[in-house]
Design a protein around this ligand. Structure first.
Ligand code: C2E
Ligand code: MG
Ligand code: MG
Length: 660
């Protein structure tokens, strides 16, 4: 078997003796003679059909794609069409491709080939006409070099070929062609099934996609539920509010004709008490209930959220024209004064702050929220049922922001200085000690007294750090003087109330005492009586006592600062064996003009003396105050009359002149 693609090759092979017999020869005696061949009788008749593009009418002068090597081209195409309309290709497939692409309008292809090629599905744009345009016989060509008997033998065989056999050979060959391009062929052959299958796959993909989107959505919903709600109560949290406020504000502003928008913060007024009595979870739940009901009751109570500590509610209030924050606060208080906490209905009062939403405030929502919290803090501090945010609070808020910004660096760069205020024996005028008071020498803010920042430091929890800083400086100051053989006096260091709830406070103080080698009692810790306010229960009092005992054991002296300003001073004395009672300046001032106050001051001094405490009064400014205190039995004093707080260098000079 020698395969060739063109007629020319075919004849060449026959000429040079490479082949003897041609299969698939055109049945034409003359032509065979011309090429030195004998031919057999036809064993097959080849039919040619017209192939063109589906649904397109043929032009009057169609362009014809013809197979170069076919005799049929010579016999039929070239006879039928002018040469300039014919373009030649090597194979039938190329002819069909040309028609398919529009390079030709029609092609004549052997019907068997046409069917086979179209059946593959590659030329689905084409259609083969049923009409046979041309038929010729196909025979075997035998080189005339061979014995003529051979042709006769072949003829005999051909005569015996059953037509079904010929047909089945053709069919097999057609089928063999088909297997080459499975998908296109399948689509072409089984259009309905393919369509169904594709639709099914598509639906399956679609269902998959929908399922994926659904799962994603529900995951996102779960995540945002976690991120934006307060889990215990199911209310939105402040992060959610911050996100939704801008839109809500714009919407309400449009709906609200002549009214006013406020960001309102609400908290429960007796929280410390309620917290001590009920579980926080219970409080939070009923707080959440209140907010839900308020939202239903008052049309002006718009979107709201709960703070992460569950003690504060922030609400967008759209007060209608004529309604004041005072009225809104009253409405809430009236409707929700009796609150069920578990099985018990309790009377609850509130602190509320109203922050008017102005155009310029809207640009910074997180600041808006911050200001809202700050104004609520103000209402709490001043114990007011409601406040409207004003310029003062605004400035306070800005001040606090500034403090927070600068505090960190202030620690790093040691901007806090220790100032000392001497303490005196009132009668002998002897120097008996000093109190260390912090001063912040800020490059930006100037010299600040603790009144400007200490409350806020407590509020944000860094007062504790400041106290350790002060303790360290004072201890080193004393150590240094002792090392140099200079005289010293006991120095008191203020301790924030926060220490008592700080983990490991006693341990840290013990370590500090061990680190500085100072005689016992040289450092005095000033604790305010309010620091022990939570120690009312018997067990807690024992705890407070233990704290004092351990501090004493570690080598510290202790003073009860600001005595007579708290609630339960006397009760506290019973359980707290502290060394010094520091009576607050306020009672001294009152005693000067008020006899009852003077009587109280006198009994307090007596009480302190009888308990064996050193009694000191703070803030003595005049000789009259001094003599009053001496008369009432007070031993020690501290105040501007003797000396103001002073920087360390001044205090060292002061010590030099007073202790020699
Ligand atoms: P305090 O412990 O009661 O300190 C006494 C305050 O009274 C000091 O104010 C002192 O300067 C002031 N003072 C003294 N004598 C007189 C007087 O004759 N007249 C008047 N009007 N005032 C007098 P300062 O230094 O501004 O401190 C204020 C408060 O800040 C202190 O009250 C103390 O509670 C707190 N503080 C100061 N330093 C620290 C510290 O290092 N840590 C902590 N946690 N608190 C501190
Ligand atoms: Mg003090
Ligand atoms: Mg004090």
């Amino acid at each position: 078997m020698r395969e060739t693609t063109t007629n020319r090759e075919l004849f060449e092979k026959l000429d040079n003796g490479e082949a003897d017999v041609l299969v698939d020869m055109y049945f034409d005696f003359d032509w065979a003679n011309q090429h030195g061949m004998r031919i057999t009788n036809p064993y097959l008749s080849s039919n040619y059909v017209l192939v063109h593009r589906r649904g397109q009418a043929l032009p009057r002068a169609p362009r014809v794609a013809a197979s170069r090597s076919r005799d049929f081209t010579r016999q039929f195409v070239e006879q039928t069409y002018p040469a300039d309309q014919i373009s030649y290709f090597d194979t039938d497939a190329q002819c069909l491709a040309a028609v398919n692409d529009g390079r030709a309008d029609l092609a004549f292809v052997k019907s068997v080939n046409a069917n086979a090629l179209l059946y593959q599905g590659l030329f689905y744009r084409l259609i083969a006409e049923n009409n046979i345009v041309f038929t010729h016989g196909t025979c075997l060509g035998v080189s005339d070099r061979l014995d003529p008997i051979f042709v006769r033998i072949l003829n005999k065989e051909i005569a015996h070929l059953p037509p079904e056999f010929v047909q089945s050979c053709i069919n097999e060959e057609t089928a063999a062609v088909n297997d080459n391009s499975p998908i296109a062929a399948l689509l072409y052959r089984y259009p309905q099934e393919s369509f169904l299958l594709l639709s099914f796959v598509f639906l399956l993909l679609l269902a998959g996609l929908i399922f994926f989107l659904y799962v994603r959505r529900s995951h996102l919903a779960a995540i945002s539920r976690l991120a934006y709600t307060e889990t215990a109560t199911g209310l939105y949290n402040e992060r959610w509010l911050e996100l939704h406020l801008p839109h809500a504000i714009r919407e309400e502003q449009e709906a609200l004709k002549g009214g006013r928008l406020y960001l309102t913060a609400i908290c429960v007024r007796q929280l410390t008490f309620l917290r001590a009595t009920y579980a926080l979870r219970l409080l939070a739940k009923s707080f959440a209930d209140i907010s839900r009901r308020a939202h239903e009751t008052f049309p002006w109570f718009k979107i709201y959220a709960m703070s992460s500590d569950r003690t504060r509610l922030t609400v967008l209030c759209a007060l209608p024209p004529g309604m004041t924050p005072k009225e809104a606060a009253a409405a809430i208080t009236e409707d929700f004064d009796a609150v069920p906490l578990g099985d018990i209905v309790t009377r609850v009062r509130y602190h509320m702050s109203f922050l008017p939403i102005t155009r310029e405030r809207m640009t910074d929502i997180s600041r808006l929220m911050g200001e809202s919290v700050a104004s609520l803090t103000y209402a709490k501090e001043q114990d007011l049922p409601y406040v409207i945010f004003n310029q003062d609070m605004h400035e306070r808020f800005l001040w606090h922001q500034r403090l927070e910004e600068l505090a960190e660096r202030a620690f790093a760069q040691q901007e806090f200085a220790v100032w000392y205020q001497p303490k005196y024996d009132l009668k002998t005028k002897e120097l008996v000690g000093a109190e260390a008071l912090v001063r912040w020498q800020s490059p930006e803010l100037g010299l600040l007294t603790p009144g400007r920042f200490i409350d806020y430091f407590e509020h944000i929890g860094i007062a504790v750090r400041l106290d350790y800083y002060m303790l360290g400086h004072v201890a080193r100051f004393l150590e240094d003087r002792l090392r140099r053989g200079l005289p010293v006096v006991p120095i008191s260091v203020n301790q924030s109330a926060l220490h008592l709830s700080e983990g490991g406070y006693l341990q840290k103080m013990k370590e500090a005492a061990a680190a500085y080698h100072l005689p016992h009692g040289l450092i005095d810790l000033e604790l305010t009586e309010t620091a022990f306010i939570d120690f009312k229960a018997k067990e807690a009092r024992a705890n407070a006592r233990q704290i004092i005992d351990e501090l004493t054991a570690s080598g510290y002296a202790t003073s009860m600062d600001d005595f007579c300003t708290g609630y339960s001073s006397i009760a506290m004395l019973q359980s707290l064996p502290m060394d010094t009672m520091k009576i607050d300046r306020s009672i001294l001032l009152a005693a000067e003009t008020d006899r009852r106050a003077a009587a109280i001051l006198e009994s307090v001094i007596k009480l302190g003396n009888s308990l064996g405490m050193k009694v000191l009064t703070e803030g003595i400014e005049t000789p009259e105050q001094e003599s009053l205190l001496i008369r009432l039995g007070c031993t020690y004093g501290q105040g501007f009359l003797y000396a103001k707080p002073m920087p360390q260098e001044d205090f060292e000079r002061f010590l030099a002149s007073h202790l020699s």
